[in-house]
Write a protein that binds this ligand. Structure first.
Ligand code: XLS
Ligand code: NI
Ligand code: NI
Length: 435
């Protein structure tokens, strides 16, 4: 039975001509795109924290949202769960994601936190069974409480490291219990405010050990999902160690984890790192560590993580292009780690934000599929690198020639490359036909 918090119980697909703000115009779960249902391509998830635990504050002002479940007791936590599952089912998102601190009250110690978490996990298990909504990923909040202010795994105090390890263990257990398909680690406090008080080598060793323990524990309990690291260059820390995909890959290699851990990439974080989202996705695909996405954009002017719902089809199309070319999501999906603007007070705003985001992703997916089905773009790329299929080129790449042998060959054969157009304008125009 629904709580009645939302004005409607179910959002339907009404097609592009619909003017109903509480209907999908483009997201049609059963529509087949490149041989697969749209729902199975996009694998949408809604995030518990922004929609249900965030009060609407900004650095200059506190709570703007007035929600009946705000407060720090178990009854409120259960009401919050009821409303959250109402939203998941109304939207028809197949998945959700949560941190421990989003779903249970903050108690006085580790044991009480764990007890409260486990109680809510059983509530979730029942709701998942009733609604068919599944858990895309679980995670631990190791950044809000003041004990984590100097870092979680990278804290100078080994007691904080221990507390963090214990908390991660309980969150992995919760994720496993709920059949979660991934476990995410985002290190909001894993970095520094000032190098003056920071020992980089020591903190790297601590973070590497923590992630190794997470992977060891995953195998110990038989968790079949992926362990995902979510990079972000800064905010809240001035400098975070998991800066971007390339940096995390170096970290994984250094600690022997490159075959065990994948990436959860967020559009806003890519922007903070000075990259585009498609750069981050394409890099992870090229390195074989692509996992999942947080599909929330940042404002391009304000320079912080504004976590807005996506609304730019051409950008989203390029992201799904790389995901489709990589074979699509496996355990990952499209999570809206997105929040309303603090003036968007109404219950229906929560639905409208997600509806818009889902429609934009549906359009992006269809555009990406159309680019692939048309084939002109892929042929262009293939043609651009075709020279590398030649015998000599393959030998150069394969390590059959040394630098001095190549120098000899260039001199003898008078190799004199003729520059070729990179065709950027042509490619931009080509893409614009589909978006
Ligand atoms: C914060 C992160 C966070 C992670 C989960 O910027 O995006 O929400 O997704 O801890
Ligand atoms: Ni973020
Ligand atoms: Ni995120």
């Amino acid at each position: 039975m629904s709580t009645g918090f939302f004005p409607v119980d179910k959002i339907a697909y009404e097609g592009p001509s619909s003017t109903n703000p509480l209907a999908f115009q483009h997201y049609n779960p059963d529509e087949i795109v490149m041989g697969k249902r749209m729902e199975d391509h996009l694998r949408f998830a809604a995030a518990y924290w922004h929609s249900f635990a965030w009060p609407g504050g900004d650095p200059f002002g506190g709570q703007t949202f007035d929600r009946p479940w705000f407060g720090d007791d178990m009854a409120k936590a259960k009401l919050k769960a009821d409303v959250a599952f109402d939203m998941f089912t109304a939207l028809g998102v197949p998945y959700y994601c949560f941190h421990d601190a989003d779903v249970r009250p903050e108690m006085n110690n580790f044991a009480d936190n764990t007890k409260a978490l486990n109680e809510i996990v059983e509530v979730f298990a029942k709701k998942q069974e009733e609604t068919g909504v599944k858990l895309l990923w679980g995670t631990a909040n190791l950044f809000t409480h003041r004990r984590f202010m100097g870092g979680a795994s990278t804290n100078p105090d080994p007691d904080v490291f221990a507390f963090s390890a214990a908390t991660i263990k309980t969150c992995m257990d919760a994720t496993m219990r709920l059949g979660g398909e991934n476990y995410v680690l985002w290190g909001g406090r894993e970095g520094y405010e000032t190098l003056l008080n920071t020992n980089l080598g020591q903190e790297d060793a601590q973070m590497g050990r923590m992630l190794n323990m997470v992977v060891e524990y995953k195998h110990k309990i038989g968790f079949k999902g992926d362990i995902l690291v979510e990079p972000k260059p800064q905010e809240p820390s001035k400098h975070q160690y998991d800066y971007d995909t390339a940096t995390v890959y170096g970290f994984l290699k250094r600690h022997g984890l490159e075959n065990e851990v994948k990436m959860n990439l967020e559009q806003g974080h890519a922007i903070l790192a000075g990259h585009s989202f498609e750069h981050e996705i394409a890099t992870a695909c090229a390195l074989g560590i692509f996992g999942s996405i947080d599909m929330n954009r940042n404002d391009y002017q304000s320079g912080w993580d504004t976590d807005q719902f996506p609304n730019n089809v051409p950008e989203v199309a390029q992201c799904y292009y790389h995901i489709l070319k990589n074979g699509g999501f496996k355990n990952g999906g499209t999570n809206f780690d997105a929040k309303l603007r603090r003036q968007s007070l109404d219950a229906e705003d929560l639905l409208i934000g997600h509806i818009g985001g889902m429609d934009v992703c549906a359009r992006g997916l269809k555009a990406a599929a159309a680019v692939i089905e048309d084939g002109t773009y892929d042929s262009f790329l293939e043609e651009r690198y075709a020279g590398w299929q030649g015998d000599e080129a393959q030998k150069m790449l394969g390590g059959d020639y040394s630098l001095d042998e190549i120098a000899e060959y260039v001199e003898k054969s008078d190799v004199n490359p003729a520059p070729k157009s990179g065709k950027q304008e042509y490619l931009e125009n080509l893409w614009n036909r589909f978006v």
